[in-house]
Design a protein around this ligand. Structure first.
Ligand SMILES: Nc1ncnc2c1ncn2[C@@H]1O[C@H](COP(=O)(O)OP(=O)(O)OP(=O)(O)O)[C@@H](O)[C@H]1O
Ligand SMILES: [K+]
Length: 781
C-alpha cells in the first residue's frame, strides 16, 4: 500500500484515503468535468461576432496567454444575417482546430517558420470600430483576470479563470486590456460575481469624462455583463449600438442562437457580451445592501434591458492524452461520462473529439442515441423512474448544475454502478463526498479537495486512469497475497490432520512436522514472499478486464477453487514424502515418543520430518513465483515475449520476491544441519537420499500447478467476465474514418476494407437496430 501511494505521488495523484485507491480499481463509471480535465483548460478566443457587422477570427495563435501572437482578421457581413461568412470560416477553422491540439506544445520558432511560409490571407486586417470597442470594453472590464508581460521572465503571465483570461488576452490584442482602461480613468463601482448556477457575471463602471459617451450618456454609469448566451439573450432588449442598433425580436434571437450554434458546434464555448447604460450614477449605497435577498433583487434590476454587444467563441483544445485514456477505460469496461457547465453543442463537439460519443450518432441504436447528450434541465425534470427506464444513462450532460451531479450519482448507484466523480468548484463538494470515489482537482477549491478522497495535482484525465490502473494492480496483488497465504494454510492443515493417523506403539499420534517447523515456515520463510507478491507490477491485462465485483471482493470463484486445488496438491505432496520415508524405507517404524525427544528409535521419523519440512518450505516459496500470474504459466508470463526461456528474466523482475524465495529455499540447509538446534528444537535431523524426494515432489507440485493453469486456460474455466464493449467502444478509432491513410499496412488495410463494407448502405441501420456489435476482449489467455 505504501509502495502504491509513493507510486501515485509520482503520477500526480494524491491519495487522501488509502482505501480510495483500492476502491478506484473497482470503478465502473467515471463522471468527469470537461474544462481542464478532458481539455487543456487553456482557452483562446477564436472568434468574435458583432451583431450585423463583423466576424473577427484569430489565426495562428498557439500561446493562450500571449496577445502578441497570432493575427486577427475580420469578415464584413453585408447581410442582416451574419450566417454566411461564418460558415465560410468553419472550414478554415476546422483545419485549425485539429491542428491546434498538436500545435500547443511546439516551440514558437518552429511555428513561426511554418506560419510565415503560409500565403498571407487576403482578408483585411482589423480596424477599430465603435461596435468592436464596446465589445472589448465589456469583455475586458467585466473580467477578473489579469494579463501582463513579465519583463524578468520575458513571458506573458496571466491569473484568473481560463475563460476570462481568454477574453482579457483578446482585449489586449487591441490594446484594450483592463489595466489600460482603468489607467484611462474607468472606475468600478459594483460587481455581481460569476456563479456557475446562473452562469453570468456583471460589473458596473463609471466612464472617464467623455470616453463612455459613445455608448452611454456621459453622466451615466455603465453595466457590463457577460455569460451563457441563452441566459443573457433573454435579458437583452437590443442588439448592437449606434445606427445599427435593433430591438431584440424573436427573429433576431433566432439568428443569434443560430450563430451561437455555429460556433458551439466547433467545440467553442460561447459567451454573450452585453452592456446597459444605467440612468445616472450608480451609487455605492445601492450596491452595499445587507441581505442576500436584497442582493439578488438588486442584481435582477441591474441585469435587464441589456444591449447585446456580441458573442465570443472561446476554444479549449482537448488534451492529447484524453482520447487514448478514454479508449483504455472502454477496454477496461469503464464508461466515461462528461458533466459540463457548457452548452450542449459545445459539449457534444468536444465529446466527439475525445471519443466519449461517436462522431456519427447513427451508429447507436435509436433508443440510446436519443439520450446520449442531454441538457441538465431535461435531466432534472425527469423522475427517478423515467431515468431508470432509460436504456443507458446519458454520456454527456450539458449546462450541468451541482444538483445534477448528485442526481447522476444516485441514478448510477441504482444501476449498481461504482462511480468516480470529479469536481473543482465549491458547490461540487456534496457530489464529491456522495460519489463512491470523489476526485478533486489540484487547481480546484479547498472545499472540493477536503470532500474528495483523491486529488489530482495536474488535473489531467489520464491521471485518473493511471490511478485506476494502480488500484487494480493493488487489488490483483492482494488477491495473489491472499491466495498464497491460504494455499499454504490449506496444505498445512491437510498434512497435520492426516498426520493424526500416524499412531505409534504407545498410541500417540506422531506429528509429520513439528510445531516449531510450522512456526518457522509461516513466520520466517513464507511472509517475505507474500510481501513480495504485494510489489508485483501490473499485469498487461489489468486494463483489459471488467472492474472487480465490489460485492465479491477478493474472494472470486477462481481464488477459492485455486486455493483448494493447490492446497490439496501441497498437502498430498508432503504427505507422500513422509509416508514414503516411514513406510517405504523404514517399514512403518514410528519410533517411541518422537514428538518430544530425540532417540535412536526416532531417527526414521526425524529424517522424514526433515524431508517434509524442506519440501513444504520449497512448495510455499515456489508457489509465490507461480502466483505471479493466476492463469499464465510461470515459464511464460508474457505471451508477447518470444524469447525461448524468459523464466529467469520474468522471475528476476521482482527483485524482492526473487531474493526472498532464493534465500528462503537455502535457509532450509542450516535449519536441517545445525547440530543440537535441529534435533533439540526442530525435531528433525540431517538427511541424505531423502533430498531427492523433496526435490522430486517440488517438481511434481510445479507440474500440477502448471497443468491446472493449462486446464483453466484451455477450457476457459473460472474466467473473469469478458469486457463487452456494447454498441460502440468509447475512444475507439471506429468512427475516425479510414485509418490506413496514416499507417498503411496489409492488416490495417484488411480491417479497413471489412470496416467500410460493414459501414455501407443500410447495413448500418441494421446493425444499429438489431445486433449490437460486441467485441470480446479475452482476459488472461
Ligand atoms: N467568468 C465567467 N463569466 C461569465 N460567464 C461564464 C464565466 N465562466 C463561464 N461562464 C459561463 O458559464 C458556463 C458554465 O461555466 P462553469 O464554470 O459552470 O462550467 P465549468 O464547470 O467550468 O465547465 P466544465 O464542467 O466543463 O468544467 C459557461 O459555458 C459560460 O457560458
Ligand atoms: K469545472
Amino acid at each position: 500500500m505504501v509502495v502504491a501511494v509513493t507510486v501515485m505521488r509520482k503520477a500526480n495523484v494524491v491519495v487522501r484515503d488509502l482505501s480510495a485507491l483500492e476502491a478506484l480499481g473497482g470503478v465502473t463509471n467515471i463522471c468527469s468535468d470537461k474544462t481542464g480535465t478532458l481539455t487543456e483548460g487553456a482557452m483562446i478566443v477564436r472568434q468574435a461576432w458583432i451583431p450585423s457587422s463583423h466576424v473577427y477570427t484569430v489565426h495562428d495563435s498557439q500561446n493562450p496567454s500571449d496577445p502578441t501572437k497570432g493575427r486577427v482578421v475580420y469578415t464584413q457581413s453585408k447581410d442582416e444575417t451574419p450566417q454566411e461568412p461564418v460558415e465560410e470560416k468553419t472550414r478554415d477553422f476546422d483545419k485549425e482546430r485539429s491542428a491546434a491540439v498538436l500545435k500547443f506544445d511546439v516551440p514558437d520558432e518552429k511555428l513561426n517558420i511554418s506560419s510565415s511560409k503560409q500565403p498571407q490571407s487576403p482578408e483585411p486586417e482589423t480596424k477599430m470600430t465603435d461596435e468592436l470597442r464596446a465589445f472589448l470594453l465589456s469583455s475586458a472590464l467585466c473580467n477578473l483576470a489579469t494579463v501582463r508581460f513579465d519583463q524578468e521572465e520575458e513571458k506573458w503571465q496571466t491569473t484568473g479563470e481560463p475563460t476570462e483570461i481568454a477574453l482579457q488576452v483578446f482585449a489586449h490584442r487591441f490594446n484594450h486590456g483592463k489595466k489600460t482602461l482603468e489607467g484611462e480613468g474607468w472606475r468600478q463601482v459594483a460587481e455581481f460575481p460569476f456563479d456557475s448556477s446562473i452562469k453570468r457575471m456583471s460589473v458596473i463602471y463609471n466612464a472617464p469624462e467623455a470616453q463612455g459617451s459613445f455608448i452611454a450618456g456621459s453622466d451615466n454609469s455603465i453595466v457590463f455583463t457577460k455569460g451563457a448566451v441563452e441566459r443573457i439573450l433573454d435579458m437583452c432588449a437590443f442588439a448592437g449600438i449606434g445606427e445599427s442598433q435593433q430591438p431584440m425580436t424573436d427573429e433576431l434571437k433566432e439568428s443569434v442562437l443560430g450563430q451561437m450554434n455555429a460556433l458551439a458546434s466547433q467545440g467553442q464555448r460561447v459567451l454573450a457580451v452585453a452592456y446597459r447604460p444605467w440612468e445616472g450614477r450608480f451609487t455605492s449605497k445601492q450596491s452595499s445592501s445587507s441581505s442576500a435577498e436584497e442582493d439578488d433583487k438588486l442584481r435582477s434590476t441591474v441585469e435587464q434591458n441589456l444591449v447585446l454587444l456580441g458573442l465570443a467563441g472561446i476554444y479549449d483544445p482537448p488534451r492529447r492524452e484524453t482520447k487514448p485514456s478514454i479508449a483504455e477505460c472502454s477496454q477496461a469496461g469503464i464508461k466515461v461520462h462528461m458533466l459540463t457547465g457548457d452548452h450542449p453543442e459545445t459539449a457534444k463537439a468536444i465529446a466527439k473529439e475525445v471519443g466519449i460519443i461517436p462522431r456519427n450518432l447513427n451508429i447507436l441504436p435509436e433508443s440510446v442515441a436519443a439520450s446520449v447528450v442531454v441538457k441538465a434541465t431535461e435531466f432534472d425534470k425527469m423522475t427517478d423512474a423515467e431515468i431508470d427506464a432509460l436504456e443507458e444513462l446519458p454520456l454527456v450532460i450539458a449546462r450541468c448544475a451541482p444538483d445534477t451531479k448528485t442526481r447522476m450519482i444516485e441514478a448510477l448507484r441504482r444501476r449498481g454502478a461504482f462511480m468516480a466523480m470529479t469536481g473543482d468548484g465549491v458547490n461540487d463538494a456534496p457530489s464529491l463526498s456522495r460519489a463512491d470515489v470523489g476526485i478533486a482537482m489540484g487547481s480546484g477549491s479547498d472545499v472540493a479537495k477536503s470532500a474528495a478522497k483523491i486529488v489530482l495535482t495536474d488535473d489531467k484525465f489520464n491521471s485518473i486512469v493511471a490511478a485506476i490502473r494502480e488500484g487494480r494492480r493493488m487489488f490483483d496483488n492482494i488477491q495473489k497475497f491472499v491466495l498464497h497465504l491460504l494455499t499454504s494454510n490449506v496444505g498445512e492443515v491437510i498434512l497435520l490432520v492426516a498426520g493424526l493417523g500416524f499412531v505409534d506403539d504407545m498410541g500417540f499420534s506422531v506429528f509429520p512436522v513439528s510445531p516449531l517447523q510450522i512456526i518457522w515456515i509461516n513466520m520466517a520463510t513464507s511472509s517475505f514472499p507474500a510481501f513480495g507478491l504485494g510489489r508485483e507490477a501490473a499485469a498487461q491485462e489489468v486494463m483489459r478486464k471488467l472492474p472487480q465485483d465490489k460485492k465479491r471482493g477478493v474472494f472470486t470463484n477462481q481464488i477459492i477453487v485455486d486455493m483448494i486445488v493447490y492446497g490439496i496438491l501441497m498437502g498430498a505432496c508432503t504427505l507422500c514424502t513422509f509416508c514414503i520415508i516411514i513406510y517405504g524405507a523404514n517399514g512403518g517404524n514410528l519410533g517411541y515418543d518422537c514428538n518430544t525427544k530425540f532417540s535412536d528409535a526416532c531417527i526414521p521419523v526425524f529424517r522424514a520430518r526433515a524431508a517434509t519440512f524442506a519440501l513444504l518450505t520449497w512448495l510455499i516459496l515456489i508457489s509465490a513465483w507461480e502466483f505471479k500470474s493466476l492463469r499464465r504459466s510461470m515459464f511464460r508470463l508474457n505471451p508477447n515475449d518470444d524469447s525461448f526461456f524468459p523464466f529467469f528474466r520474468d522471475i528476476y523482475s521482482n527483485r524482492f520476491l526473487f531474493w526472498s524465495v532464493i534465500v528462503g529455499s537455502l535457509s532450509v540447509f542450516p535449519v536441517v544441519y545445525i547440530p543440537f538446534l535441529n534435533t533439540r528444537f526442530f525435531k528433525h535431523t540431517g538427511i541424505s537420499w531423502e533430498w531427492a524426494l523433496s526435490v522430486g515432489f517440488t517438481l511434481v507440485f510445479v507440474t500440477g500447478i502448471e497443468l491446472w493453469k493449462l486446464a483453466k486456460r484451455r477450457f476457459r474455466l473460472l474466467e473473469d467476465g469478458a469486457v463487452q464493449r456494447g454498441h460502440w467502444g468509447q475512444g475507439g478509432p471506429e468512427d475516425d474514418g479510414p485509418r490506413f491513410k496514416r499507417t498503411f499496412s496489409m492488416s490495417s488495410f484488411k480491417t479497413w476494407v471489412s470496416f467500410s463494407r460493414r459501414e455501407t448502405g443500410d447495413s448500418v441501420m441494421m446493425r444499429a437496430t438489431t445486433q449490437p456489435r460486441v467485441a470480446h476482449v479475452p482476459v488472461q489467455v
